[in-house]
Design a protein around this ligand. Structure first.
Ligand SMILES: [Zn+2]
Length: 147
C-alpha cells in the first residue's frame, strides 16, 4: 500500500469547535442547542438562526438522519485522497434538523439513494482528531471502523 505524499487537510481546531471534537473523540455527535427555543444548529455559531437567542449548550444528538443530497467524487482534487476515489460526500439531514456535510462509507456509489437512512460513526483522522462519517443505517450494511 502506498503512503500519500501529502497528509489530508484537517479542519481547523478553534475554541468554537472544541466541544464538537471532544465529543467526537468519545464517539458522540454533539450539536449546539438553543436554550431559548430548543432548536439544534450546525455548524456552531453564536446566534440561533431560529430565534436569535445567544445562549446555547452542546447536546448529544442521535447520530441518525437521512441522505439529503450527495456527490460521488471521481476526480482527485487533493493527492491525499488519490487512493480513495470514487468516494461519496453526503449532505445528511439529521433527525434533529440541521444538515451536516460528511463522508458516506461502506457503500458502493451506485447504491446511494436520496432519503436513505444513515447513522454516524467516527473515523480517526489525526492525533486525537475524529471526524463524523456516515453509513447506511443498521440492517443494511456496515461495521465499526476504528481507523
Ligand atoms: Zn433559538
Amino acid at each position: 500500500m502506498s503512503q500519500p505524499v501529502v497528509a489530508k487537510p484537517l479542519p481547523p481546531q478553534t475554541p468554537e469547535w472544541a466541544p464538537f471534537y471532544q465529543a467526537a473523540a468519545r464517539g458522540v455527535l454533539s450539536l449546539p442547542c438553543c436554550q431559548q427555543c430548543g432548536e439544534f444548529r450546525f455548524p456552531p455559531r453564536p446566534v440561533c438562526p431560529q430565534c436569535l437567542g445567544r445562549t446555547f449548550r452542546w447536546q448529544e444528538a442521535s447520530g441518525r438522519g437521512e441522505i439529503w443530497s450527495y456527490v460521488v467524487m471521481h476526480q482527485v482534487y487533493h493527492p491525499a485522497f488519490a487512493d480513495e476515489v470514487p468516494y461519496a460526500v453526503v449532505l445528511v439531514r439529521l433527525v434533529e434538523g440541521p444538515k451536516i456535510l460528511s463522508r458516506l462509507v461502506d457503500v458502493e456509489p451506485q447504491a446511494i439513494e436520496i432519503g436513505a437512512a444513515v447513522e454516524v460513526a467516527f473515523a480517526a483522522v489525526g492525533e486525537d482528531i475524529y471526524l463524523p462519517e456516515f453509513r447506511l443505517a443498521s440492517g443494511r450494511e456496515g461495521a465499526r471502523r476504528d481507523s
